[in-house]
Design a protein around this ligand. Structure first.
Ligand SMILES: Nc1ncnc2c1ncn2[C@@H]1O[C@H](COP(=O)(O)OP(=O)(O)OP(=O)(O)O)[C@@H](O)[C@H]1O
Ligand SMILES: [Mg+2]
Length: 304
């Protein structure tokens, strides 16, 4: 039985004072499976009303399932709509994500775990607290509307996942993505798992970080996060030469802001990434960007 079924006819447990207390009437999601994967869902007896909660002190809103479920590797994201057509996401963790040993292997292969880093999965409550704290610091990430033991309600962010933006040749929003990470690191905030698919680019090129499942720990966490992000920017970009020029100029302009990073380690992780993924296919793209990463390492060596 999955976690959302367990939530049938329960009321939400108390949540921190920072959150509006929801009245969850009947989050009775029933999955229908196709080839072992959730394809659609319905709400059984609660056909018309999925969640009713106080959006603010005056307004009571009902959320209806749209039928769309955005599947991640660790979570289901059920897209809901309010009567005005505003979209929301009910994010609920998968019970047995098959990706877990692969994540562990990747963190060894890219050198994080063998250089003093460690990681863990944030609980739902920790993810919500993390979002709140990062928003308090004016970082660019999604903030939870409410939560219970089974999941989190988030606004649906309209836009393009950053990896798709990069595949389509986009470059400019990269400034906003990097600015946000640099600011986060200044505040000792490490998002974890910044591989471009956990960032949404809005139509105005503003950015929103989503997905805070994985916490990276240790003195080298910021360096690893910077390397992970830079690697994936180049990996997914269909304009790698132009992107390298862009990164060069960004790194030059922001040399002072970036000085808190140990670039010896950033370079080491970049090189590990290129080696580890050189013969792997990720999201339909073949590895083998050692040349571009070598260029980037050269740029970093000149600057830091
Ligand atoms: N609040 C949101 N607004 C819009 N889209 C979202 C939102 N949250 C998640 N998505 C989309 O849902 C899909 C699944 O993302 P999700 O981050 O849940 O995957 P995941 O299980 O964490 O896996 P991964 O580890 O691969 O990132 C992605 O396309 C993502 O862009
Ligand atoms: Mg994700």
């Amino acid at each position: 039985m999955n976690s959302l079924n367990k939530s049938s006819n329960t009321t939400a447990p108390p949540v921190g004072t920072a959150f509006k207390q929801p009245t969850v009437l009947a989050p009775a999601l029933r999955y229908s499976y196709r080839n072992g994967e959730i394809a659609t869902y319905d709400t059984g007896k609660t056909e018309k009303q999925l969640l009713t909660y106080l959006l603010d002190t005056e307004e009571l809103k009902s959320l209806h399932p749209t039928g769309t479920v955005l599947q991640g590797t660790l979570n289901y994201n059920f897209v809901l709509s309010d009567p005005d057509g505003n979209l929301y996401v009910w994010r609920a963790p998968k019970e047995h994500p098959q990706i877990i040993p692969i994540i562990h292997q990747d963190l060894i292969g890219t050198g994080f775990l063998i250089n003093g880093g460690s990681y863990r999965y944030r609980t739902i409550r920790e993810q919500v607290n993390f979002m709140t704290e990062a928003c308090r610091l004016h970082l660019q990430n999604v903030e939870a509307i409410t939560t219970n033991a089974f999941g989190t309600l988030l606004p649906f962010i309209q836009g393009t996942p950053y990896d798709n933006y990069l595949r389509q040749g986009g470059i400019e929003a990269t400034k906003n993505v990097l600015d946000n990470i640099v600011t986060a690191h200044k505040h000792n905030i490490v998002y974890g798992d910044r591989w471009t698919k956990n960032t949404i680019i809005k139509p105005d090129e503003g950015i929103v970080e989503i997905d805070f499942d994985i916490e990276l720990r240790g003195e080298i966490a910021q360096e690893f996060e910077m390397a992970q992000l830079l690697y994936h920017i180049l990996f997914f970009s269909s304009q790698r030469e132009k992107m390298l020029d862009f990164l060069k100029s960004y790194l030059q302009i922001n040399q002072t802001a970036l000085a808190g990073h140990d670039f010896f380690m950033v370079r080491k992780f970049l090189s590990n990434y290129a080696n580890y993924f050189q013969d792997k296919i990720v999201e339909g793209i073949a590895g083998g960007i050692e040349q571009e990463i070598a260029e980037l390492i050269k740029i970093l060596l000149c600057l830091f």
